[in-house]
Design a protein around this ligand. Structure first.
Ligand code: PLP
Ligand code: COI
Length: 365
């Protein structure tokens, strides 16, 4: 059951949208999450009324009472997805139903109301349609969509809020990782963990990211682009990066990725790559992989590639791994061949250059 809603979005167009010339300049080099479109989608929720007041309106700041619950206890969840430009000038979403389902799972874990799947998908569709001129068409870029929900009751009692605000904003994006290196270097955190069994690791809540920032800052200080977390119990099993899942590619042509045991985010890119890799004839295992084994396999040549994957990062080779107890290079430290094949296979579907055999695209216009 996903509780279909019949709520219809009211459209309020921006009276002064960004001028076309300025928008085109911004779209040339948008970076990641710095430039925003003209509109946003919002829906209100209250315990008595349910979901109401769905609208697309000019993007504008919110005004919150200082006692608003989300500001104190971080009752917040979010999603990340993209709209892609198609060769004929149209545009598509990629598996928005999967994001809608994950949003509901995250809400459930954070004791928040479950947004009906159709309202989630419609909010994103309507926003992209009204801001369609903001979808970049340069290779490797897309319109990143950020649905999120916050607890809005103004009271300091430690309890689930009876009121919420759901919102979607959109930002044209290029590559997530700055720089032109063919592969990233990652830092093994031995001091911090990301999620423990029974925690919120498989929910996409802001708190997980706040808790990962000290480890990510350490990674940057150590000259790495991202942090990789080990499991919280044995401090041994590779879980995921701060904002991406991880895959390993072996010399025998097989692939492996950590299993979804509740402490890692079930990535939609991860799920799609498992399917695509199997379509291409690769054996894919969802099995735990120990950090010491990773180092030994990289050094012996049994492991030939590793990559990070996610909506923001797409598919990015990992060339080197560093940590207080670890230092190794994977393959020749550059972009992996299998990694490149999978990246191309995924991007070709998302950009409409290859057939969509799995029905993953949700064409907008
Ligand atoms: N893991 C974490 C912690 C993330 O933040 C993300 C990004 O959303 C992912 C994995 C990849 O998920 P997806 O492929 O659905 O973007
Ligand atoms: C995404 O890939 O959508 C994320 O939310 C990850 C974040 C690091 C931007």
């Amino acid at each position: 059951m996903n509780g279909r809603s019949t709520e219809v979005f009211q459209i309020e167009k921006h009276p002064n949208p960004v001028e076309a010339e300025k928008r085109e300049t911004l779209l040339q080099n948008p970076g990641f999450g710095r430039v925003f479109t003209d509109h946003m989608a919002t829906i209100q929720y209250s315990e008595g009324r349910g979901w109401y007041d769905a609208k697309i309106c000019p993007r504008a700041p919110f005004s919150f009472d200082p006692a608003t619950l989300v500001l104190h206890y971080a009752q917040e969840i979010f999603e990340g997805m993209k709209a892609y430009r198609l060769p004929d000038g149209g545009a598509t979403l990629f598996r928005p139903d999967a994001n809608a389902r994950r949003f509901r799972n995250s809400a459930d874990r954070l004791a928040m109301p479950l947004l009906p799947e159709n309202l989630f998908v419609d909010s994103v569709r309507e926003l992209v349609r009204i801001d369609k001129e903001w979808i970049p068409s340069t290779d490797g870029s897309a319109l990143y969509l950020r649905p999120f929900m916050v607890a809005t009751e103004a009271v300091l009692g430690m309890k689930p809020s009876p009121e919420y605000l759901y919102c979607v904003v959109a930002t044209p994006v290029g590559a997530y990782f700055k720089g032109s290196a063919p592969a990233v270097t990652i830092w093994v955190s031995d001091q911090f963990t990301r999620a423990a069994p029974g925690g919120t690791g498989d929910a996409k809540c802001g708190g997980n990211y706040a808790a990962s920032l000290a480890a990510q800052a350490e990674a940057i200080r150590e000259g790495c682009e991202q942090v990789v977390f080990l499991d919280a119990v044995e401090r041994r099993w590779v879980e995921e990066l701060g904002g991406m899942n991880v895959f390993f590619v072996f010399a025998d042509g097989s692939l492996q990725t950590p299993p979804l045991t509740g402490t890692i985010l079930p990535g939609i890119t991860r799920a799609s790559l498992i399917t695509l890799a199997r379509d291409l004839g690769f054996v894919v295992r969802e099995e735990p992989y120990a950090i010491d084994q990773w180092e030994a396999d990289a050094k012996s040549g049994r492991l030939v590639e590793a990559f990070a994957c996610g909506t923001a990062a797409v598919v990015t080779s990992i060339g080197r791994v560093k940590g207080r107890k670890h230092e190794f290079t994977i393959g020749d430290g550059g972009a992996g061949q299998v990694t490149g094949r999978l990246r191309t296979a995924l991007l070709d579907i998302q950009n409409g250059r290859a057939p969509d055999h799995h029905g993953w695209l949700d064409r907008l216009f």
